[in-house]
Design a binder for this molecule. Structure first.
Ligand code: CP
Length: 324
């Protein structure tokens, strides 16, 4: 694996899931793989799960992780080509990234979208400039439009759950991604990425439900059924993935805060006793009710815990294919 920016970097999703689940059983089986290697984790935005799970994963492989909160501790970076830097930015990515490429063997970046300029966000210009100028393998810890480590984790969690549930083991599962209300504009990354991975995986009937005006970019939703009636979408679902996102069409806008879209036990009754997923952090009793999050159908803790194994599988693939 050359880099990990999207599902397009993965040759065989099921093989990567199997590798992750093998690490879950035996976390230190490749402890020597990353010996004497350094991994830099750069955060331009906050994180709990991604930051800690990737550090644990790197340590399980014998690597030394170094975390740098660029947003709080670094110089303000400039990304515009030819910029006259007489404003607030202090250091150009062209100067900073090659140095990071010399310090580290793998570079991981979290960089959220601005949610103002759709073209700029969807060009993924920030992570692409790190890739261009660092000269070492880059792993996305969530970029402007995608969150591939989360999506890999989600498929790991779905597969694990199917394997332990006799009632859905022998059928194609129905997976529903449902929009949920939120108090502020949230990126489309998790929803885009989950949709893209579900399409590439191809082993589920995948339905997306959202209010009018919340259609995701069709670049990521090929093969999905779009259903605007949430109750209809939830019928017979085996897995329900709850997530808010801001509008793609009216870019970055919050068009609805309709509380009737919040996932509750009443809605759960429409499903095939579905398992509930959310990437976290979650706004309790806004996106998902307490009763769901604290109930027996919630997979959210298992899902977040699986972030370690997803990251470990990806880092191991990169280490092996680069012989670094
Ligand atoms: N799901 C997720 O990426 O969590 P963090 O933002 O806490 O890393």
């Amino acid at each position: 694996m050359k880099q990990f920016i999207s599902v397009k970097d993965v040759q065989d999703i099921n093989a990567l899931v199997a590798k992750a689940l093998a690490y879950k059983k035996s976390p230190f089986s490749d402890k020597k793989l990353g010996a004497d290697k350094r991994i830099g984790l750069l955060f331009l935005n906050p994180s709990l799960r991604t930051r800690l799970s990737t550090q644990v994963a790197a340590q399980n492989l014998g690597m030394e992780p170094i975390v740098f909160n660029v947003d709080k501790e670094g110089w303000a970076l400039e990304f515009e080509e030819g910029a006259i830097m007489n404003g607030t930015t202090v250091e150009h990515i062209k100067d900073a990234a090659p140095i990071l490429g010399n310090y580290f063997d793998i570079l991981c970046i979290r960089t959220f979208p601005g949610l103002v300029d759709k073209e700029a966000d969807y060009s993924e210009k920030i992570i692409k400039q790190f890739i261009k100028h660092a000269g070492i393998p880059v792993v996305s810890l969530e970029s402007a439009t995608l969150h591939p480590l989360q999506s890999l984790t989600d498929i790991i969690t779905i597969q694990e759950s199917i394997a332990s549930n006799a009632s859905i083991k022998h059928k194609k599962p129905k997976v529903v991604l449902t929009w949920a209300p939120h108090i502020k504009p949230i990126p489309q990354c998790v929803a885009n990425s989950f949709s893209e991975w579900m399409g590439a995986w191809g082993e589920a009937d995948f339905v997306i439900t959202h209010p009018e005006g919340y259609a995701l970019s069709t670049e990521f939703t090929k093969g999905a059924t779009i259903e605007h009636n949430q109750d209809e979408a939830l019928k017979d679902a085996d897995f329900v993935y709850v997530k808010n996102w801001s509008s793609y069409e009216q870019y970055g806008k919050v068009l609805s805060s309709d509380a009737s879209w919040m996932m509750t036990n009443k809605k759960l009754a429409l499903t095939n006793n579905a398992k509930l997923m959310h990437c976290l952090p979650v706004r309790r009793n806004v996106e998902l009710s307490d009763e769901i999050l604290d109930g027996p159908n919630s997979l959210v803790t298992k899902e977040a815990s699986n972030r370690v194994w997803a990251a470990q599988a990806v880092l191991a693939e990169i280490l092996k294919s680069h012989s670094i």
